[in-house]
Ligand binder design. Structure first.
Ligand SMILES: [Zn+2]
Ligand SMILES: [Zn+2]
Length: 378
């Protein structure tokens, strides 16, 4: 692929190629397959693997789940981290066949529904699938307590009281809850340090206070994830020396107005007043100078990819990928390699080791008396 145009074949049409003219930046190991088959091709020792679980926008579709990025690190624990969890992203995660028991760390950039839509599935359904440890959630505070991540998690748990009660007697009940760490929305700070992994948050500019981006550092390698933002200095500062920069990008206002069927002035406000246009993303990429830059949170189709790529190119000529679902980046000191992952859409969840053991928290529920008459038993 030398350029990206309206004719470029896309992942959901069956293309095995990521949307980039430079799938290898540096010198990749000669043994790398063309696509990632996750069960036999895991993150390497000392490396970082980033997989886009949701590349799309709020209007979730079969071709693109809503906002979510998975980061795996090649430490002995093989830790992995969700960054946002939009609707549909856990269907892609399931195909990676990573242990559901380890789905315990989520970093939220902000509380827009397209970034948190799969949180109930994570907390309650994956507890039924085998997770016994609670989910730790990092996310921004807000101008008022009720606008912050702690309030969001508390209210979500209250709303799922029936699901929680249904888990009485189930081994997964202990995993069906959240522990929240609020991170500051107005300053850069280190929010996680374990097992050789450091994660910091930084403020971004998106509608109102309470939106952040994150940087993950491991073994001298680093990834910056913007969440939703207008072009902003704290992100460029946080991206100093970064290997992979994932930055939100919307189509330019003219295309957005046409595709979303809204007036141009409204599209201008959405694209430039709330998000980042392709040309502005190019400007951020140029300032940051990452080894690989990624346009993400973009509705990918034949009317968007060509113009979006060309508009970005007016400002930046380094390596860039347009993210699709299951675009995967393997990062080592030698190379950043971009491929598409191929998943088994029928796979069952994989269960791994867990910290919490012993009997379920509560005894099973007593069956209501009227069931004796109502139940069909033969
Ligand atoms: Zn948003
Ligand atoms: Zn968003």
């Amino acid at each position: 692929m030398t350029e990206i145009t309206q004719l470029t074949e896309l992942a959901y049409e069956g293309s095995a190629h990521p949307l980039t003219p430079t799938p290898t930046v540096g010198h990749a190991a000669a043994s790398m397959a063309e696509t990632v088959h996750p069960v036999s091709d895991r993150v390497a020792d000392g490396a970082i693997r980033v997989t886009i679980l949701g590349s799309g926008d709020p209007f979730t579709k079969k071709a693109q789940a809503s906002a979510s990025v998975l980061m795996e690190v090649g430490n002995p624990q093989r830790d992995f981290f969700f960054f946002d969890l939009g609707s549909g992203s856990l269907a892609n995660f399931n195909g990676l066949q990573l242990p559901v028991t380890a789905t315990t760390k989520v970093f939220l950039t902000h509380l827009h529904a397209d970034h948190v839509g799969d949180m109930p599935t994570l907390v309650w359904s994956l507890a039924k699938a085998g997770r016994r440890d609670p989910v730790e959630v990092w996310g921004p505070g807000g101008d008022r307590p009720e606008l912050g991540t702690r309030s969001y998690a508390t209210q979500l748990q209250a709303a799922h009281a029936w699901d929680m009660a249904s888990l009485n007697g189930h081994p997964g009940q202990s995993g069906a809850r959240m522990e929240v760490n609020e991170v500051p929305f107005d300053s850069t700070s280190t929010v996680y340090e374990r097992n050789g992994v450091q994660i910091s948050s930084f403020p971004v500019i998106h509608i109102l206070n309470g939106s952040v981006g994150y940087r993950l550092d491991f073994n001298g390698l680093s990834v910056v994830f913007s969440g939703d933002t207008r072009p902003c200095r704290p992100l460029v500062d946080a991206a100093d020396g970064v290997d992979l920069l994932i930055h939100e990008t919307f189509p330019s206002a003219g295309i957005y107005a046409q595709k979303a069927n809204v007036p141009l002035a409204f599209a201008e406000q959405i694209v430039n007043g709330v998000h980042t246009s392709p040309a502005a993303a190019g400007g951020v990429f140029k300032r940051a100078g990452a080894r690989m830059s990624v346009m993400w949170h973009l509705a990918v189709d034949h009317e968007t990819v060509g113009p979006v790529y060309a508009e970005m190119r007016t400002r930046y000529d380094g390596p860039v990928t347009i993210a699709q679902d299951l675009t995967t980046f393997d990062i080592t000191a030698d190379a950043v390699t971009t491929r598409q992952t191929v998943i088994d859409p029928y796979a069952w969840p994989v269960v791994g080791p867990t910290v919490t053991t012993g009997p379920p928290m509560n005894p099973p529920n007593e069956p209501p008396a009227w069931w004796a008459e109502a139940l069909i038993t033969d």
